[in-house]
Write a protein that binds this ligand. Structure first.
Ligand SMILES: [Zn+2]
Ligand SMILES: [Zn+2]
Ligand SMILES: [Zn+2]
Length: 140
């Protein structure tokens, strides 16, 4: 299990037990909802309020340690930010979420056709559709 104390310190954040527990939960859980993160923290250190979890998630996301995956209509997920510009496929029916590498490893989506003068370092691409399980159910 990775030790996130130095990660927090490097990001200029105070090292606290709830923050460490939340990062460990995110590492184990892959893409986690706030509720799942809260449950993971509770499992490790006892109790934590919903507001405290939101505060931690906000601080870690702002610091770039967590990556937020927000999709219209479904849950917002958080994952450890690997800075690899990977994308996501989210099932419209059950909310299942999978990582999708950027097309051909070249990060072509970062070469936007018109950037308005911005320097671009991440593209939030979400493919919406139906996962294999839900496709099977729909065919019945
Ligand atoms: Zn599904
Ligand atoms: Zn992901
Ligand atoms: Zn891409």
């Amino acid at each position: 299990m990775r030790d996130y104390s130095s990660t927090l310190r490097d990001a200029g954040l105070r090292v606290t037990e709830p923050r460490l527990a939340l990062l460990r939960t995110a590492q184990e859980g892959g893409h986690s909802s706030v509720e799942a993160l809260r449950q993971g923290v509770i499992d490790q250190i006892g109790s934590v309020s919903v507001q405290a979890v939101y505060d931690i998630v906000h601080a870690l996301t702002t610091a770039g340690l967590l990556r937020e995956v927000r999709s219209a209509g479904t849950v917002t997920y958080y994952e450890i930010n690997r800075n690899d510009n990977h994308h996501h496929a989210i099932c419209r029916s059950c909310g299942r979420i999978e990582d999708v590498p950027c097309a051909k490893g070249e990060k072509p989506c970062l070469h936007a056709s018109h950037t308005h003068g911005y320097t671009i370092n991440e593209a939030e691409v979400i493919y919406h559709g139906y996962c294999p399980d839900c496709q099977a159910k729909r065919r019945k």
